[in-house]
Design a protein around this ligand. Structure first.
Ligand code: MG
Ligand code: ZN
Length: 222
């Protein structure tokens, strides 16, 4: 046998990828469509998830896993108040969720009765991109106030996503954000990426997003 030195980071990722694979099979066997929602802190993940729950809860059964770096249950409480099963994963300071944490969270949810599982990742644009959780799709919620240069600064996360939400469109008139420059950066990294410009305040774009998601979930159940 050749002895090849495998960098530590690669070893961690391959263990994570194995578990992500198991999560994916497990969720599939339970008929659950799942989403990994990533974003920087303050992009409006929880508000967007609440809007999604509100819009789809009469059409789909939804469950939520909330990743947080501390034991505060603010976001998990909001989701529970919205009337869907939610479990919080406290990463104990870690800046991302991994497949092991998600596997633990899944054990605590009534998967048999869930059509759509939304996983809110920890607010961070760097390492969540490197940890597959085993979800069907990966989504990034960007927001206008973060600036139009984010695709250029955080290429890895933009490359790995299936859907992009551009949130807080209602702030566009007040902020120096060049939609064309932003779009160019995204297109360079992830050509043809499905994108929904939305506002959780005015409701802009939310209906398109809900219809798209409901379609995807129903297709996956066929
Ligand atoms: Mg949140
Ligand atoms: Zn991290």
């Amino acid at each position: 046998m050749n002895s090849i030195r495998v960098p530590v980071v690669e070893k961690i990722l391959s263990a994570n990828d194995q578990l992500a694979f198991q999560n994916r099979q497990f969720l599939k066997s339970k008929g659950v469509f799942s989403i990994n929602m990533m974003a920087s802190p303050g992009a409006g993940k929880t508000s967007f998830i609440l809007q999604t729950i509100d819009g789809l809860k009469n059409r789909l059964k939804i469950g939520v896993i909330e990743g947080d770096t501390a034991a505060v249950t603010i976001d998990a409480d909001k989701v529970s108040d919205a009337g869907v099963p939610a479990v919080q994963i406290n990463t104990g300071g870690d800046c991302h969720l991994d497949a092991v944490m998600v596997a633990g969270g899944l054990q605590q949810l009534p998967l048999e009765t869930i059509d759509l599982m939304i996983i809110e990742n920890v607010g961070n644009l760097v390492c969540p991109a490197a940890f597959d959780l085993g979800t069907d799709i990966n989504i990034l919620i960007a927001s206008v106030p973060e600036g139009d240069d984010k695709p250029y600064k955080y290429p890895a996360i933009y490359r790995g996503i299936d859907v992009l939400i551009l949130n807080k469109m209602d702030l566009l008139p007040y902020i120096k954000f060049r939609p064309d420059y932003f779009k160019q950066g995204v297109e360079m990294l992830n050509p043809g990426l499905t994108t929904f410009p939305v506002s959780c305040v005015t409701g802009e774009g939310i209906t398109d997003w809900l219809n798209w998601l409901e379609n995807r979930v129903k297709k996956s159940h066929r």
